[in-house]
Design a protein around this ligand. Structure first.
Ligand SMILES: Cc1cc2nc3c(=O)[nH]c(=O)nc-3n(C[C@H](O)[C@H](O)[C@H](O)COP(=O)(O)OP(=O)(O)OC[C@H]3O[C@@H](n4cnc5c(N)ncnc54)[C@H](O)[C@@H]3O)c2cc1C
Ligand SMILES: NC(=O)c1ccc[n+]([C@@H]2O[C@H](COP(=O)([O-])OP(=O)(O)OC[C@H]3O[C@@H](n4cnc5c(N)ncnc54)[C@H](O)[C@@H]3O)[C@@H](O)[C@H]2O)c1
Length: 457
């Protein structure tokens, strides 16, 4: 058995944890998949590079709204794909080579499985390798799930791991699920020329968002995508390239390609956690506020353990774990108090804190205010008619409980609201103390906050 000081399982966020502060340790990085993990290879980054291209194409399509005559001839998907993955695949390779060149890091490629306390076996190409370490970080992420009706059909389907690398946009794409991935990749593929149908079991798309956002998004995209809401998929038949998808109301959809986007599950179920005494629930590793697992010397971070499977959360968790590994006498705590999120679709969406339905369910005494993009000068400049910023504030303290944006640059505009919520700055202070640039789009945030003055009693 080869023994290391520290083993990190997973080369996504786990790999980023190992910086120069660990140079005095003998570190092993074990990974089944490419360096950079989901975010770089099949997640945040390619989907955003593709979404940005989709935004360019849609801007050309909509140029007439700005009295510009333009015609979109074609989205050259093969070239787009090559630009995106040519860069990202090279990045992943470079990341691995850099690690292999390091004299204090050993890389093992293969699937790891615990065999005992802080002991594991890795199925490498040249056979199993037994490893042990004083400390282990579990950062093995998650994977897409497929419902049995699809998985058992024997017919091909795509997930976010494969669909962005298709040779061409499908002519007829059906997306199962109406959450994050559906919203982003339907935008990408519709813009590239696919006819898109979304089948979602709930009555609205992005149903986890604030109800006003979810309703507005659903209404807006209905013009572009064929929506089958409140529907279940009950059968998959046909043949590869010509699928027949039956819904619970008896309707049948035809599709070249089925993209399954009904959620992801943590990979802990594949790790033999019991052998190492690591508690988990349905594959999700249980951690305390310092990100320690139930096994001495074993830590976990990212999608395998977190309640909020987002990359900026995983990055912060990695900072906490790195500190705690290096300073066992001064442990840091991970805070999930003001976690923002964004959906890079068209329109863009961003949020932080509570939705109005959550505030209501929690019986909070709150006020809300909404300001529309079309009521600020830069919204006029953009000819924007659908976007808005909505804020929820605690009536007693005046502090932000939540904020929700739908419209251009939402993911950027939300950031001052994240700062305010993090530092407990009241909505009134945030509106009135800093100067807000005129006539920047940020005025939609400023004016939503100012509108609270007229709603608060
Ligand atoms: C399409 C898509 C778009 C996304 N967009 C965004 C976004 O815009 N913003 C955002 O914040 N989040 C986004 N996310 C979520 C984000 O990608 C994840 O939260 C993040 O990548 C999780 O990082 P991680 O390190 O926990 O896991 P991963 O990056 O998945 O890394 C897990 C690593 O573990 C390895 N591994 C797994 N099992 C084993 C094993 N048994 N043995 C050895 N190695 C193993 C894998 O090969 C991989 O290297 C997106 C996700 C998807 C799917
Ligand atoms: N911009 C971002 O931050 C971003 C982008 C993409 C993915 N992600 C991450 O990836 C995760 C997975 O994304 P996702 O879109 O797969 O999951 P999701 O949880 O966002 O959405 C899944 C949707 O599928 C629906 N659904 C579930 N089972 C269904 C069924 N049998 N038939 C029809 N609909 C069904 C759910 O009601 C839900 O609306 C996200 O939760 C997020 O953590 C983040």
């Amino acid at each position: 058995m080869r023994t290391h000081d520290l083993i990190v399982i997973g080369a996504g966020t786990g790999n980023a944890l190992v910086d120069d502060r660990f140079a005095h340790l003998d570190v092993a990085i074990v990974t089944e998949g490419p360096f950079g993990g989901t975010c770089l290879n099949a997640g945040c980054i390619p989907s955003k590079m593709l979404a940005a291209t989709a935004d360019v194409a849609d801007t050309v399509r909509d140029a007439h709204r700005h009295d510009v005559d333009a015609e979109l001839r074609r989205v050259r998907w093969a070239d787009v794909r090559e630009r995106v993955f040519g860069r990202l695949d090279a990045d992943a390779k470079e990341g691995e080579e850099g690690r292999r060149a390091s004299d204090h890091v050993t890389v093992y490629r293969g699937r790891a499985r615990f065999t005992g306390e802080r002991r594991l076996t890795v199925e490498t190409e040249s056979g199993p390798v037994e490893l042990g370490a004083g400390r282990i970080v579990v950062a093995v992420g998650g994977r897409p799930v497929a419902p049995p009706v699809v998985a058992d059909s024997g017919l091909p389907y795509e997930t976010s791991e494969t669909v962005m690398r298709l040779d061409a946009p499908p002519e007829r794409l059906v997306v199962l699920g109406g959450g994050y991935i559906a919203a982003e990749l339907a935008h990408v593929l519709h813009s590239a020329g696919s006819h898109v149908t979304v089948v979602e079991q709930q009555d609205r798309l992005l149903a986890q968002q604030d109800e006003s956002v979810s309703e507005a998004f659903t209404t807006i995209v209905r013009d572009r995508w064929d929506l089958r809401l409140g529907r279940e998929l009950t059968g998959v038949s046909g043949e590869p390239g010509d699928l027949r998808l039956t819904l619970d109301d008896g309707t049948e959809l035809r599709a070249d390609t089925l993209l399954v986007a009904v959620g992801r599950r943590p990979n802990g179920d594949r790790l033999g956690l019991d052998a190492a005494g690591i508690d988990a629930e349905d594959g999700r590793v249980t951690v305390d506020e310092h990100l320690r697992t139930s096994a001495e010397g074993v830590w976990a971070l990212g999608d395998v353990s977190t309640a909020v499977p987002l990359k900026h959360v995983a990055n912060r968790e990695a900072e906490v774990v790195a500190h705690n590994l290096l300073h066992p006498g001064d442990l840091r705590t991970m805070s999930y108090d003001a976690v923002p999120a964004a959906v890079f679709s068209r329109p863009q969406i961003a949020q932080v804190g509570l939705t109005e339905q959550e505030a209501r369910e929690q019986g909070l005494d709150y006020v809300t205010a909404t300001h529309r993009y079309e009521d600020v000068a830069y919204g006029w400049a953009l000819e924007e008619t659908q976007g808005f910023c909505k804020v929820l504030v605690d009536r007693g303290t005046g502090r932000l409980l939540g904020a929700h944006l739908l419209g251009p640059q939402a993911a950027t505009l939300v950031q001052p609201l994240v700062v305010a919520q993090t530092f407990g700055i009241t909505a009134r202070d945030l509106a009135r103390r800093p100067l807000w640039i005129h006539p920047a789009l940020t005025e939609v945030v400023e004016n939503a906050l100012r509108a609270l003055d007229s709603t608060a009693s």
